[in-house]
Design a protein around this ligand. Structure first.
Ligand code: DUC
Ligand code: ZN
Ligand code: ZN
Length: 502
């Protein structure tokens, strides 16, 4: 317990007290009351005085609100398709799923300036969000303006993570450009996230499949071969090791990729990795549905097989994978997303991505914690704390401690739910998890002391979520602290620029 205060600081009455809950953080489990003033946790103790409002959490878990650090909201894909969720529907859905922070992407397309892109996303998010949010930038054009001005400025303003793609003709960077991005991130204090798939393998296999008329959704999983992911991961991890700089591989799906990650980590690489619900709870067999039904399960990389599912669970429990994110990429099962050509849509024409903001935490709680694969503390780390640490939001977010934002989910561990799309609050017309039974569901969700969800109802209005400037990502801070005396290669990368991120 962080504090045993029984009176309020300065004898002010608490705005809110969450009473008698079983508090779980990434490191501790205990029973306590939590007193909140001005949106922050002001005291944690056994028997706090009455607040202006009290919520009795007896018998329920009281955990840090989820931080979903990988989702796509109101974003135009590389194929030019707009996501089905805007910042309102996405944040409402996230909140009902137990989250208090999301980290979507501000996507630069090749003709865009990062500065304009960030202004545009910031305005849309500020107007609509109901919970807090931070941004990553997707970088597709590394012209002088982007490299020398816009990205350094974005990083100073608190957008301290950059995503790069190794596939998609209209998004991908070559190895030279990735090295430029890694060096820039290293100097300026940002973390590079990578979509690692070998573009030419996917293109070659896709061309051959198409020549044979094999266009059904299930061929998406054939074209996006597991080894295409493994090869690209090995390559980009090697690039980061050459420069001795940290890197994060997002949405890992393939067992061999995880072997490669583990080996590099064992050699001391500053390498971090994420997996997502679709790689734990779906397989390629789900894509093999009649007609175009399989489009509901097409994402990149695709769900694989049971061997890969088992590997992903092992990665989460052993710590080679430290992040579990939704990769919510919402597209409807209609002509606006998955089926631009209706029943005739081929696997190369359908939007890539699955919804998952609202079910991410319940699925892991039910299959991970309830089934004994994870402790409650590991559940908290994987859904909240590790995300805040990785992206420079800790300890403001990701924990329950005096001084942290009062971001709390009160979790009903016995509630049995059959997931159906009707239950969910996103703007997608299906869920890939339809019919799955889970035990455990978010009951009350509190963001900066504001009750956002209670009794199945949204309690706040649009535009009340706040932008979160991220600080120095922990992987970058650790790499700087552990750095050996400078080598010539490190000299070529360049020194940290200092300033806020120093
Ligand atoms: N990459 C993502 O991270 N999400 C959806 C599609 C993609 O390629
Ligand atoms: Zn990706
Ligand atoms: Zn994604």
């Amino acid at each position: 317990m962080t504090s045993t205060a029984t009176t309020t600081p300065g004898d002010r009455q608490f705005d809110l007290v969450v009473r008698n809950g079983k508090v779980a953080t990434a490191s501790d489990t205990y029973q306590a009351d939590i007193g909140i003033i001005d949106g922050r946790i002001a005291a944690i103790a056994d028997d706090l005085p009455k607040g202006k409002r009290d919520i009795d959490a007896r018998g329920r878990w009281v955990m840090p609100g989820g931080v979903d650090s990988h989702c796509h909201v109101e974003q135009l894909s590389g194929m030019g398709l707009m996501c089905a969720d805007d910042f309102y529907s996405a944040t409402v859905s996230a909140a009902f799923g137990g989250n208090t922070t999301i980290m979507p992407f501000a996507a630069q397309h090749r003709e865009d300036s990062v500065r304009d892109v960030l202004e545009d996303y910031s305005a849309r998010a500020a107007e609509k969000s109901v919970i807090d949010y931070a941004f990553h930038v997707i970088v597709t054009n590394l012209d002088e303006q982007t490299l020398n001005e816009d990205l350094p400025r974005a990083i100073r303003q608190g957008v301290t993570s950059l995503k790069v793609f190794m596939t998609y003709e209209r998004m991908k960077l070559d190895d030279y450009q990735i090295l430029d991005t890694l060096a820039l991130a290293d100097r300026e204090g940002a973390l590079v996230m990578v979509h690692a798939e070998n573009n030419d393998v996917i293109r070659w296999l896709g061309d051959r499949l198409t020549e044979r008329g094999l266009k059904a959704p299930k061929y998406h999983a054939v074209a996006h071969a597991g080894l295409a992911e493994t090869e690209a991961t090995h390559r980009v991890v090697t690039l980061s090791r050459v420069l001795e700089t940290p890197i994060l591989i997002v949405h890992v799906s393939e067992a061999e990729t995880l072997d490669c990650i583990r080996q590099a980590q064992q050699k001391g690489a500053a390498l971090y990795a994420e997996t997502c619900p679709q790689y734990l709870f779906l397989t390629a067999a789900d894509i093999d549905k009649p007609g175009v039904e399989g489009a509901k399960f097409c994402c990149s990389p695709p769900p694989r097989d049971e061997r890969c599912q088992t590997a992903m669970w092992q990665g989460l429990t052993e710590g080679s994978l430290t992040l579990y994110s939704s990769d919510h990429a919402p597209y409807r099962w209609d002509e606006t997303g998955k089926l631009p050509k209706g029943e005739k849509t081929g696997f190369r024409e359908m939007a890539n991505g699955l919804p998952g903001l609202e079910v991410r935490m319940p699925l892991l709680f039910s299959e991970g914690y309830r089934k004994g694969r994870l402790t409650i503390n590991e559940f908290v780390a994987l859904t909240s704390t590790n995300h805040a640490r990785t992206y420079g939001l800790y300890p403001r977010k990701g924990t329950i401690a005096v001084g942290s934002d009062a971001d709390i989910v009160i979790w009903d561990e016995g509630r049995e739910i059959t997931i159906t799309n009707d239950l969910l609050h996103d703007n997608v017309d299906y869920t890939p998890y339809e019919g799955m039974k889970v035990t455990g569901w978010a009951d009350t969700v509190i963001n900066r002391g504001r009750v956002v969800v209670e009794n199945g109802e949204l309690k706040v209005s649009r535009g009340t979520g706040e932008f979160l400037p991220c600080g120095l990502p922990e992987p970058v801070a650790k790499a700087r602290a552990n750095r050996q005396p400078d080598t010539l290669i490190r000299e070529l990368v360049g020194k940290p620029t200092g300033g806020d991120q120093g």
